[in-house]
Design a protein around this ligand. Sequence first.
Ligand SMILES: *[C@@H]1O[C@H](CO)[C@@H](O)[C@H](O)[C@H]1NC(C)=O
Length: 353
Amino acid sequence: MEQKNCLRVAILISLFAISCGRELKFIHKDNLPVYNHTLATILVEYASAVYLSDLTELITWTCSRCDDLTEGFEMIELVVDVEHCLQGFVGIAKDLNAIVIAFRGTQGNSIMNWIEDLYWKQLDLDYPGMPDAMVHHGFYCAYHETTVRSGILHAVKQAKKLYGDINIMITGHSMGGAMAAFCALDLAVNQKIQNVQVMTFGQPRIGNTAFASYYSQLVPNTIRVTNDHDIVPHLPPYYPYLTQKTYRHFPREVWLYDDGFGTLVYPVEKVCDDSGEDPTCSRSVVGNSISDHLAYYGIELGSMVPGTCRIVMDPRVADYSTQDLAGNFVLYRDPSASVVKLKTESSLPSNFI
Ligand SMILES: *[C@@H]1O[C@H](CO)[C@@H](O)[C@H](O)[C@H]1NC(C)=O
């Protein structure tokens, strides 16, 4: 069974003509990402900005969370799936020499309800093309079966036309982290893009052990930042004794926590092992904090008006806008032109999240 799985992985990635076992593991180890604190503090600001609801300020990158380390970002496309209350964007960060993609976390229901639901999420969808890999359909569909995917892929294509093979950095907080992971896999597997890098913040588990294993082979350059007692990375639960039936994180976790006593407290950023479930990282503490979920590196994550899907748009931008019947739209800013041009996306039915 193990050998068979290994073989499938080898065929799937088809990058190396090898037998399985040791060699595959070795390649995996070689590819382990290096944690870069500076990059984390930049990407967390993108993960924070994507929560904002004023689309005019986002597309012109003048929002209250759009200064500081992300200054000068050039938005290409802002995707707003009103129907499912999802939001993401694609743009160019010249200082990183990269295409940056960011996804917003959950917004529709209160964060409390969303977290309570996480306890009961079933592994109920076979990930296409990956034998034995299972994920939760809600996370999967949020990226794959809404207007989000087509919007993101369109922008990535446009950006690559103009900028060539620069790195792609994908980020997101909470459920946005789950979407970032699915997007990265999509780019790596279906679009054959090699230089995809992922950094998520407070991401829940999204699939089983087989899925985590495929994921880490296909998108090795992934860092999953967890913060102190943040509850979300503990969910849906991990049951070590249920090998294939349990949710399991992919590597590599970086756990932020405070060490020391009394007035001698100092922050630690612990780079965890390559198992995805390092027992000495966030798993070593009880996940019982929502406030630890809502701020990473001192940056506020989450909406300023929680619990609503309200969006705000300047009439000058809205004038260019045509929406589909469900109200979903894409704000597209041609990276090679200065005009803000808008493009509609077709709607996809269903209410699945
Ligand atoms: C970390 O990332 C920053 C920002 O991208 C970059 O300038 C710096 O060179 C990186 N450091 C290392 C050691 O790679």
